[in-house]
Write a new protein. Structure first.
Length: 377
């Protein structure tokens, strides 16, 4: 792969206003290695799609799995929270939430908000979609960065190379708008750009990160885009394939892949990384779904056999699997039980060792031990 095939970034210290538009030359992906990995990724994704489609309550899966995605994606940006803090914050959903948990829940909100945006747009992307997701991720009103903004990507860590510039994105509102509009055209025009959706997603993810249109939140916005593109193209019905876990586990390879394209035109390594991420994540999510559903079914049968007769046990157990921590108010607000009945049932489930009662900051929470364990694996 040479500069002749792809016009690389000539100087990482200067804005890459010459960033080439997509698509790339077929020579970068029409080879045995990439096409074989593409086949493996598509097979794993199709298996996941088939499994999730037959589950009546897909929202149960999205609610639980998306929390882990939001946590992993935020950790890539060095925003940390513990599982306990995150699940407690999700249970509370109040203005009292601060720190890492608040940032993580913003990411989860962006997952749903962007998904709904595209549902209304019938799967068509536009620049406003990226701005919308970016604003929700950061909870700011600013969209595309202004002309005067000095934006560079520097190497992190504490080694000898820490602080050195590794990339400078395009600069100038006009240039950024042109690059984003070209990206949107690439995503929407299937006749002009008839590429496999997984290859298209991988190329577009790089392109968005290279354009780097916002002052902050570009990485999280780009990772939200990945799943939205797959659902918009019908490869999944709901957003349950989240790549951040894989990216976090292979963070160095992820950033090396991005810089490999801009500095050496090494598209094949980048495409292979993203396709492996899809295959690995689809298989992991498939197993996770089976574990959640099996656990939910086992708990339901156990509760139904209890002599004290829980009223509407199926809805009760389903709510226990919407999130690891549940409170009395959740059952009341759902119209399932009156407050005293809800409290009595949750305490009974603690006696049966289905739940574990916790007191955090003066409030009572009920932990679904089985679900917590599955999500922590």
């Amino acid at each position: 792969m040479s500069e002749k095939d792809y016009k690389i970034n000539p100087d990482r210290n200067l804005p890459w206003n010459g960033l080439p538009d997509l698509p790339i030359s077929e020579s970068f992906y029409r080879n045995v290695e990439v096409l074989e990995q593409l086949g493996e990724a598509k097979a794993a994704l199709a298996r996941l799609h088939g499994r999730s489609a037959v589950i009546p309550n897909q929202a149960m899966l999205v609610n639980t799995i998306s929390l882990q995605e939001a946590k992993a994606s935020s950790e890539i940006e060095n925003i940390f929270t513990t599982d306990d803090e995150l699940y407690k914050a999700y249970s509370d959903q109040s203005d009292r939430i601060q720190g890492g948990s608040k940032e993580v829940l913003r990411y989860r909100e962006a997952l749903w908000s962007g998904y709904e945006y595209l549902q209304k747009a019938k799967g068509r992307f536009d620049v406003a979609y990226f701005e919308h997701v970016g604003k929700v991720v950061k909870q700011v009103g600013e969209g595309i960065r202004p002309d005067f903004a000095h934006t560079v990507i520097k190497r992190g860590g504490s080694g000898a190379a820490a602080g050195k510039v590794v990339y400078t994105p395009p600069k100038g509102r006009k240039v950024i708008d042109e690059k984003l509009n070209a990206l949107v055209d690439f995503l929407n025009d299937e006749e002009k750009y008839p590429l496999d959706p997984l290859l298209k997603m991988a190329m577009a993810h790089f392109q968005f990160e290279a354009i780097h249109p916002f002052r902050d939140g570009n990485g999280r916005t780009g990772r939200v885009f990945n799943i939205h593109y797959l659902t918009s193209r019908g490869l999944l019905d709901v957003p349950i394939l989240f790549l951040s876990r894989y990216i976090l586990q292979h963070k160095d390879a992820y950033y090396s892949g991005l810089s490999g394209v801009s500095q050496r035109g090494d598209w094949q390594t980048w495409l292979m990384f993203m396709l492996r991420a899809v295959e690995n994540t689809a298989n992991h999510t498939f197993d996770k779904i089976n574990d959640i559903v099996s656990s939910r079914d086992a708990v339901l049968k156990f509760v139904q056999r209890d002599k004290r007769n829980f009223r509407d046990p199926e809805r009760l157990v389903t709510m226990l699997y919407n999130q690891p921590y549940i409170k009395v108010k959740h059952l009341v607000e759902a119209g399932l039980y009156a407050e005293n009945t809800a409290r009595d049932y949750l305490n009974r489930l603690c006696e049966l060792q289905v739940l574990e009662k916790k007191e955090l900051e003066g409030y009572h929470y009920y932990l679904n031990v089985e679900l917590y364990g599955i999500l922590s694996e």
